[in-house]
Design a binder for this molecule. Structure first.
Ligand SMILES: Nc1ncnc2c1ncn2[C@@H]1O[C@H](COP(=O)(O)OP(=O)(O)OP(=O)(O)O)[C@@H](O)[C@H]1O
Ligand SMILES: [Mg+2]
Length: 302
């Protein structure tokens, strides 16, 4: 099983759209067993992958959500033993639905993190809560985490747990700044966590986490295709975008590849590709609650 977070400190760059469609494609075209964990309190992935009636049922009738995994531990009641997931029939993946109540857990997780970095076992157990969740997911090929665009404590707990992260990004100056932010935060989290784990080395078994350590790897980045203009019958990148696009690989290499990859990979292998602007297909797929590859721009049916 590989666990992968789709993460960028910048919002609205297509993280959720990419993640849900990749998950569906791996399941439907690659025959893989996939779980999507919606760790974003906005719950956009949950809303996209389930129809309105199912979303109503989850939130009005108290269906199992990510909050049921986080809350008991944050309240000192221990790890949840059984994970209840829900199948998205259209995406054909299992989903642990998100929960808007997660935003209220952000503060509690932040307090636990402060205690964790002081070597407190309970704080560390909370910090590793998604590692415990993943230990129950060995029967999946892939577990994907959708995340909000913050550098807050929920996202930190996800990034402590997963094997790696992929970063979709837009071609603007704020995306370049976001790379710097991510690098700074991850370096600080890694340093503080490793120090805390050294402090509790003699009592590490009390964590009840197999192999607790920082192992996050940067997998690569995706860029959104930007508008090109026609010059003498050929598509040319708009100059302002082009200038920024050329800065991205170097900044990624300096800030993410250099610190968060251990295996040797060619420098150009981190640019995983670019996502086309799909215009009307996106709202069509959203309202039909289907992957984009199941949507038709003409019929409006999937
Ligand atoms: N390939 C695409 N082409 C055109 N529009 C897109 C594409 N991908 C996403 N969008 C649109 O961009 C908006 C943001 O997409 P999405 O919700 O996937 O971003 P996000 O990074 O997950 O946002 P957030 O940071 O709020 O979680 C959505 O309204 C979606 O419809
Ligand atoms: Mg999103």
């Amino acid at each position: 099983m590989k666990s992968i977070a789709v993460f960028n400190n910048k919002g609205g760059v297509g993280k959720t759209t990419f993640l849900c469609n990749l998950a569906a494609s791996l399941s439907q075209h690659g025959n893989k067993k996939v779980l999507v964990v919606d760790a974003d309190p906005q719950c956009n992935a949950t809303q996209y992958m389930f129809d309105d009636a199912t979303v109503d049922e989850i939130y009005e009738k108290g269906g199992f959500t990510i909050l049921d995994v986080v809350k008991p531990l944050a309240q000192g009641k221990g790890f949840v033993k059984t994970l209840h997931v829900r199948k998205s029939q259209t995406f054909r993946v299992d989903v642990l639905p998100g929960d808007p109540g997660m935003s209220l857990e952000e503060d509690r997780l932040a307090t636990d993190w402060v205690q964790a970095t002081g070597g407190d076992i309970r704080g560390l157990r909370t910090t590793f809560l998604f590692s415990q969740l993943l230990s129950q997911c060995g029967h999946y090929d892939y577990v994907f985490f959708d995340m909000g665009p913050s550098l807050g404590s929920i996202n930190r707990a996800v990034l402590v747990a997963v094997d790696g992260f992929v970063t979709p990004m837009s071609t603007d100056i704020f995306s370049i700044r976001a790379i710097d932010n991510i690098s700074l935060s991850l370096s600080s989290w890694k340093r503080r966590l490793e120090r805390a784990l050294e402090d509790i080395a003699d009592n590490v078994a009390d964590l009840e986490i197999a192999n607790p350590h920082w192992h996050l790897q940067f997998i690569g980045y995706l860029t959104q295709q930007y508008t090109a203009k026609m010059v003498r019958g050929e598509k040319q990148p708009v100059r302002a975008f082009d200038k920024i696009a050329r800065k991205i690989p170097l900044r990624i290499e300096k800030q993410l590849v250099a610190h968060f990859t251990s295996r040797q990979r060619p420098a150009d292998s981190f640019g995983l590709g670019s996502i086309p602007t799909l215009n009307s297909l996106i709202p069509l797929a959203q309202s039909a609650h289907t992957p984009i590859f199941g949507s038709s721009p003409n019929s409006g049916e999937s």
